[in-house]
Design a protein around this ligand. Structure first.
Ligand SMILES: Cc1cc2nc3c(=O)[nH]c(=O)nc-3n(C[C@H](O)[C@H](O)[C@H](O)COP(=O)(O)OP(=O)(O)OC[C@H]3O[C@@H](n4cnc5c(N)ncnc54)[C@H](O)[C@@H]3O)c2cc1C
Length: 406
């Protein structure tokens, strides 16, 4: 089977591991969920193997908006429980992954004084519930943005907005965070390994036959328990491996465009759009990242559609006409596919909730469905308790190891 481009070319060389490998838990998929589970199991001294057909963090967990947040959109959709969970997790990330996190004061602009009051009320609650903010810079001002400051930002020129309210959130580097989680585990790492077939035994999975894409070597990995953390590729893998037709996920692509830094655009903006969607404009690494869109797609990675690009440009021109977007060079563009737990309605209103499913036929297999970067640690802590019967409070306090530490 030829692989789509996103998996990338495997590095040269070969791994030292032998042909017959064993672990207590076999994790297939090394995105934020697989990597976070590997850390949870290692903290509990349970052996595990982390298998991916691409690099660690080679999938969705490198194409997100990179926010560790309560989800300001939930103020509109009313999912307060998810919001509070996210805010709690945000504080934990700020402690355990301080070097990968940066606090920011986001501006949410409003059209008129009434909307301004509504924002101030909602954002007031958001910042109160999220008042645990370790390392929050004292110079950041939250709440009403003074008019003179708002007017100095070129994004306020000629547009529909009359003012803004500032709220706190945490920005990360999704790929580095995932790599740090994997580096904080003692998992046997089998990146660029393709699953060729499965061996079943006694109503469960016994072993996976793997092919190392570096050199074509075959390895057998046996494990007592298995977890598939395959993000948006879950349904496709279950179909290919076990001929299962049921669809557990709905997939929604989102794109980001990266522009050169625009002078005067110093703070990130979060513009509320109809349907609870948010248009983010985030200055980072000397550039301006803009996103995102929602388009239903069929698989875990697809090329960017011209209509997605056009939709973002239209939104930018409508809400922020003070910047000549079309004359700016697009330095980079990326697409990620959200794995949303299947339900009815449009993707924009679908839940970002995650589900841990015990597979119906294969008794020792669990599936991680849906989820977000923000709540991955919490969800995998829960799964590790289910798998091992052991709680581990250190998961909330133990700092992550940097994958790129000297
Ligand atoms: C546009 C966009 C913006 C987002 N913004 C945010 C945000 O700001 N904050 C937030 O908290 N969340 C955000 N999310 C959600 C978050 O990025 C995802 O929910 C999360 O990254 C999913 O992680 P995962 O580990 O489940 O999946 P992935 O990261 O996709 O991991 C799955 C892994 O499985 C591997 N794989 C696939 N098929 C196979 C196979 N057959 N064999 C072996 N391995 C395989 C892939 O290579 C991949 O590495 C966003 C998502 C998108 C798309």
């Amino acid at each position: 089977m030829s692989l789509p481009d996103w998996t990338g070319k495997p590095p040269a060389g070969s791994l030292p591991q032998g042909e017959s490998l064993e672990a207590e838990v076999g994790i297939i998929g090394a995105g934020i969920h697989g990597a976070a589970l590997a850390r949870e199991l290692s903290l509990r001294r349970v052996t595990c193997a982390l298998v991916d057909r691409a690099a660690v963090a080679g999938g969705t967990s490198q194409w997100s908006s990179q926010l560790l947040h309560g989800g300001i959109r939930y103020l509109v959709t009313g999912d307060i429980r998810q919001m509070r969970e996210g805010l709690e997790e945000r504080a934990i990330w700020a402690r355990i992954a301080a070097r990968r996190c940066r606090w920011e004061a986001f501006w949410m602009p409003h059209h008129n004084i009434f909307e301004g009051w509504a924002h101030r009320f909602g954002i007031g609650l958001y910042d109160r519930w999220g008042s645990e903010r370790p390392g929050f810079p004292a110079e950041f001002r939250l709440g009403a943005v003074p008019q003179v400051v708002f007017r100095a930002d070129p994004r306020s020129q000629g547009g529909p907005f009359r003012g803004a309210t500032a709220y706190a959130d945490l920005i990360t580097s999704d790929r580095d965070l995932t790599l740090d989680l994997a580096a904080s585990s003692s998992a046997l790492k089998l990146d660029f390994h393709e699953v060729q077939s499965w061996e079943e035994q006694g109503g469960g999975l016994r072993a996976a036959l793997l092919k190392d894409r570096r050199d074509g070597r075959q390895r057998t990995l046996a494990a007592r328990q298995w977890v598939f953390a395959l993000g948006p590729w879950t349904d496709g893998a279950l179909r290919d491996w076990f001929r299962e037709d049921s669809r557990r996920l709905r997939l929604s692509s989102g794109i980001h465009l990266w522009f050169p830094a625009v002078p005067g655009c110093d703070r990130p903006w979060a513009i509320r759009r109809p349907g609870g969607r948010v248009l983010f404009m985030i200055p980072r690494e000397g550039r301006l990242m803009v996103g995102t869109t929602e388009r239903e797609v069929e698989t875990g990675w697809v090329p960017i559609a011209a209509s997605e690009r056009a939709e973002l440009f239209e939104a930018l021109e409508r809400y922020v006409p003070g910047v000549r977007w079309r004359s700016l060079q697009v330095l980079d563009e990326e697409l990620g596919v959200r794995p949303l737990v299947r339900g009815s309605g449009f993707t924009a209103s679908l839940s970002r909730e995650a589900v841990l499913e015990r597979h119906g036929r294969l008794g020792n297999l669990r599936l991680v469905l849906g989820g977000k970067l923000t709540t991955a640690r919490r969800l995998m802590d829960k799964l590790a308790v289910e798998l091992t019967g052991r709680a581990c409070p250190r998961s909330r306090t133990e700092p992550l190891q940097a994958w790129d530490a000297a």
